[in-house]
Design a protein around this ligand. Structure first.
Ligand code: UD1
Ligand code: CA
Length: 448
């Protein structure tokens, strides 16, 4: 039985930002959302987020996470002071409290489980996560006896030169037996360099406290400034990319590729350099993406190829080839075995299978049947300055080069549009439409 509390009231001065620190994003998700994600598998009894600096904004950002409880820390007088705010909320609670700093986005659920296990197994009053860092600057130093029993935690700013040599640091993750912590919380003192009430001081005032080392110290990087945010992004990316490579995805030049951890990939996909996969994107087996491509919140089927293109909020079915230099957006839906070519923009457009839009086109709010051929430079004029209108094109129809389809307009099946036409009225099935002025030739005109 565990209650989780996340410390998210601080401003994060070192970020030099008007945005509260815990709302800064790492790979598409806020820092605090990532911490919440890490505690999910523990099925906590309650989840409490301590908010203070711009608390309305922090709460608004997390409003969709049902069941979260927010506890106000109106002035931020330190991490110990933050936990003091829980006293009225946890009156009579006799279980454990897992406390996590809100700026700790890379902690693994397995590590938290190990912390809880050790805590219960040894019946500790508190158990904390520690790490041995190559560069421990800025972190609280943890001093233990040879049995991993914590004697003292000293903040970097309060360390003597000798103490600062200790590279074992406090990760900012604590499991307390709540009644033990509740007893000492009211007696914390702020006599330290920062004049703050430190949660770390409580550690030396409860019963037995044990330290659990994290296997991979990269899990516990705390985000205090934008440099650490970038470091955390690198660590996160390495994790995600290693996972996909081990699952059968080829990454060519992985350092130039970024993949959000919300992306789902199947086997035998090849991702080429300078490609970025973001948000709720899924890609089917055998697809080849990149080089130079951005895919965001989109679903791509199997054996799809995308070359130097941008695809957002769209859906592409099996065997379709996209690019180079195409832009799909606003819920474009592309059927099987289509070809979307050079300098083509598709917005909120649905293409039936085996349809080609190969060169220099804009299709907006359009729906085509199957085996349609959109000639080079075809444009749907879908906007009259006030409203957007739809263009419909039937099966097997072909538009000539540089034709303009002025919406709302419907072309039937097997329609041919002559090159350079401006089509303003509907065209029935099986017709040729020519909507341009006839060519006039004036011989000997220059002499006259
Ligand atoms: C803290 C620890 C340090 C540890 C480090 C790990 C203390 C005193 N020090 O230091 O031992 O090595 O984390 O990253 O705890 N917060 C509040 N209210 C406050 C102050 C802070 O909610 O009044 C929140 C912040 O929003 C943040 C977290 O607590 O999410 C940690 O605060 P921060 O100022 O970053 O602590 P550190 O100096 O990094
Ligand atoms: Ca911190």
């Amino acid at each position: 039985m565990v209650v989780v509390a996340i410390l998210a009231a601080g401003r994060g001065t070192r970020m030099k930002s008007s945005l509260p620190k815990v709302l800064h994003t790492l790979g598409g998700r806020s820092l605090v959302a990532r911490v919440l994600q890490s505690v999910e598998p523990l099925s906590p009894l309650r989840r409490m987020v301590i908010v203070g600096y711009q608390s309305a904004q922090v709460q608004a950002a997390m409003h969709s996470d049902l069941g979260l409880e927010f506890v106000e820390q109106p002035v931020q007088l330190g991490t110990g002071h933050a936990i003091q705010q829980l006293l009225p909320y946890l009156e009579g609670y006799t279980g454990d409290l897992l406390i996590l700093n809100g700026d700790l986005p890379l902690i693994r659920s397995e590590t938290l489980k190990r912390l809880l296990q050790t805590h219960q197994e040894y019946q500790n009053s508190a158990t904390i996560i520690t790490a041995h860092l190559p560069d421990p600057k800025g972190y609280g130093r943890v001093f233990c006896n040879c049995e991993n029993i914590v004697q003292q935690i000293v903040e970097d700013k309060d360390c003597t030169t000798a103490q600062r040599q200790n590279r074992r640091i406090n990760a900012g993750v604590y499991c307390f037996r709540w009644p033990d912590l509740a007893k000492v919380l009211p007696h914390l003192q702020a006599n330290n360099a920062q004049k703050e009430y430190y949660l770390t001081d409580a550690v030396t005032q409860v019963g037995q406290v044990m330290a659990v080392d994290v296997a991979d110290y990269q899990e516990i990087v705390g985000i205090n400034d934008r440099l650490q945010l970038a470091t955390a992004y690198e660590i996160l990316q390495r994790r995600i990319k290693e996972q996909w490579m081990m699952a059968g995805v080829t990454l060519i030049d992985p350092n130039s590729i970024t993949i959000d951890d919300t992306v789902e990939l199947q086997g035998d996909i090849i991702i080429e350099p300078q490609t970025h996969l973001r948000g709720n994107t899924t890609i089917g087996a055998g697809s080849r993406i990149g080089p130079g491509t951005l895919i965001e919140n989109s679903e791509l089927g199997e054996n799809v190829t995308v070359l130097y293109s941008v695809v957002t909020d769209s859906n592409v079915e099996n065997g379709t080839r996209i690019g180079p230099y195409a832009h799909l957006r606003g819920h474009a839906q592309i059927g099987k075995n289509c070809r979307i070519g050079n300098f083509v923009e598709l917005k909120n457009t649905q293409l039936g299978e085996k349809t080609n839009v190969a060169h220099l086109s804009y299709l907006g709010d359009a729906v085509t049947g199957t085996q349609v051929n959109i000639g080079a430079g075809t444009i749907t004029a879908n906007y009259d300055g006030v409203k957007k209108h739809q263009t419909k094109i039937g099966d097997r129809s072909k538009t000539g080069s540089n034709s303009v389809l002025v919406a709302p307009v419907t072309l039937g099946d097997d329609v041919y549009v002559a090159a350079g036409s401006t089509v303003t009225e509907d065209v029935p099935d099986d017709s040729l439409v020519i909507a341009r002025s006839r060519q006039v030739v004036k011989q000997g005109w220059r002499k006259k």
